[in-house]
Design a protein around this ligand. Structure first.
Ligand code: ZN
Length: 104
């Protein structure tokens, strides 16, 4: 990891090594959206191929292999946590999406 990639801790706002620990955590959160039309087409193809595991395998080989879900953002939300904050806090994915990234 390069110097320019580091961020401050999203939990306490300090540097990720401020307490003397040499480890830290990086959490990437991404929200995906199900592509309903692609899912319907895939399920239909699987059923046409006999359904079940066999139908799924045949659909995998014969289908277009289209994405069934796509990321909502161009890149994942990336947060750094120092050792203490990573072990002492619990964040939901939604809470993490609301925390601003902390470039150093
Ligand atoms: Zn921290």
């Amino acid at each position: 990891m390069k110097r320019t990639e580091f961020q401050k801790c999203a939990g306490c706002g300090e540097g990720i090594g401020h307490a003397g620990n040499i480890d830290f955590y990086v959490v990437e959160v991404q929200q995906y959206v199900v592509m309903k039309q692609a899912v319907h087409e895939r399920v239909g193809l699987e059923m046409m191929m006999g359904g079940g595991t066999r139908g799924a395998v045949l659909a995998e080989v014969l289908g277009t292999n289209e994405d069934l879900a796509r990321p909502l953002y161009t890149r994942p939300h990336r947060l750094f946590f120092c050792h203490a904050c990573a072990l002492g806090n619990k964040f939901s994915a939604m809470e993490m999406m609301d925390i601003e990234e902390q470039p150093v």
